[in-house]
Write a protein that binds this ligand. Structure first.
Ligand SMILES: C[S@@+](CC[C@H](N)C(=O)[O-])C[C@H]1O[C@@H](n2cnc3c(N)ncnc32)[C@H](O)[C@@H]1O
Length: 259
């Protein structure tokens, strides 16, 4: 799938993604920004920045932020969140930024197995002593959202299911290490961090998850209403009368230096 098509999919329900989903990654955003020493004056690029929630956190630390995403509707929210930021619509495999112009580059669940081209671009725009960090899905048995992923794979055409599995494979030991070594980075640290999706009820959870890119081919295949009905059945067992829905999942993360 080309970047423009991916962007159209991710942009279909942009405000739902921005406000009902993207903030759940905050523990991962903060952890990586700590590890990469993101502070006052640091020039940071967030690749596949979505609606700019992470970039906003970096800006709150005093960083000078830029972001790039394929989805124009998400970039519009990013600009509203951080008016001083330089947010562009485009392809992470051809970054519209000059060589050597960022101190730090990050990507939160945006660069996957097979995306070495995007890492090469990240390397190009970083200064010679630049720092890079990324997150990806953690171990399958630690993914509270697994029932969602399995359902969208079941509802989607087979090619999309294969692509989702490939993304999940990014966290397998050695995969990211090989990608970094092939693209001019030196691994600094690797770890895991838990993130929690919190929703008050099943309807809100379904509205949120329908906005995620992996839902798009499933929605196209069965229609929005049928999709929501099926997903409600998947999410209902996770609902607690007193605490709503709280789904914990593991992210993997790495930090790296320009090698
Ligand atoms: C899982 S979302 C992550 C968004 C954000 N980083 C976050 O933490 O929520 C993946 C993002 O990658 C973007 N994307 C997919 N392919 C892309 C490409 N080739 N170039 C730029 N962005 C892309 C999508 O539009 C989407 O916003």
């Amino acid at each position: 799938m080309g970047w423009a098509q991916a962007g159209r999919g991710w942009g279909q329900r942009a405000v739902e993604w921005a406000y009902l989903l993207e903030p759940y990654a905050r523990p991962a955003n903060e952890l990586l920004f700590d590890r990469l020493r993101v502070s006052d004056g640091v020039r940071l690029l967030d690749i596949a920045c979505g609606s700019g929630f992470a970039a906003q956190l970096a800006s709150d630390r005093g960083a000078v932020v830029a972001g790039l995403d394929a989805a124009e509707a998400l970039v519009t929210v990013a600009r509203a969140r951080t008016p001083a930021g330089d947010f562009r619509v485009g392809d992470m495999f051809a970054l519209p930024f000059a060589d050597d112009c960022f101190d730090v580059a990050t990507s939160f669940n945006g660069i996957w197995k097979g995306c070495e081209g995007a890492l090469r671009e990240a390397r190009r725009v970083l200064v010679p002593d630049g720092r890079y960090g990324m997150t990806f899905w953690g171990r399958y048995e630690r993914l509270g959202l697994m029932p969602y992923f399995l359902k969208v794979i079941e509802l989607s055409p087979p090619t999309h299911g294969a692509a989702s599995m490939e993304q999940g494979d990014t966290g397998r030991p050695g995969v990211v290490e090989d990608m970094l070594a092939a693209t001019g980075f030196r691994l600094a640290e690797r770890g895991t961090v838990d993130v929690v999706n919190e929703w008050p009820d099943v309807a809100t959870a379904v509205r949120a998850l329908a906005a995620a890119g992996p839902s798009v081919p499933a929605i196209e295949a069965v229609g929005y209403d049928a999709f929501c009905e099926v997903l409600s059945e998947v999410m209902s067992p996770l609902h607690d009368r007193d605490t709503g829905i709280r789904v914990k999942s593991e992210f993997g993360w790495i930090s790296a230096d320009v090698g």
